[in-house]
Design a protein. Structure first.
Length: 135
């Protein structure tokens, strides 16, 4: 059975930005409820969906997070389309999300979680600026 047309590339990009914003809002809700482990997860996924939106501009997609992040780092961080410091923050967010989700005795702190949320917010802002400046 043929899938119906899902929309334009712009629709896909805007949808992914919407998901990133929704994840960011959920991270804030969890943070306010002192649910730092869950907030770290949602902050990371906001970052991931933001990166996915950026890659959609070039019609690039990967199945694995690892490949998505590596490509973004190579094509957008190393070339300084996005600041190198953002690249370091993304790596840290991935590490913290992994620890929050899988390390049995990892305790997510308020300060670290706040940093992850701020990284997600900062990347979303930069990515939207990049999108609107290039379309």
């Amino acid at each position: 059975m043929k899938q119906p047309d899902a929309g334009t590339r712009q629709d896909l990009i805007e949808h992914r930005f919407h998901i990133a914003k929704e994840d960011l809002e959920t991270a804030y809700l969890l943070f306010d409820a002192k649910q730092y482990r869950g907030a770290n997860n949602r902050a990371y996924y906001s970052i991931y969906h933001t990166i996915d939106a950026v890659l959609s501009m070039d019609e690039i997609a990967f199945k694995r997070h690892k490949d998505t992040l590596a490509y973004f780092n190579k094509q957008y961080i190393a070339t300084e389309i996005f600041p190198r410091e953002m690249g370091r923050k993304i790596v840290k967010a991935e590490e913290i999300r992994h620890a929050s989700d899988y390390d049995t005795f990892y305790i997510a702190s308020k300060d670290i979680t706040k940093q992850q949320i701020e990284t997600a917010e900062q990347l979303l802002k930069l990515a939207k600026e990049y999108y609107y400046n290039n379309n």
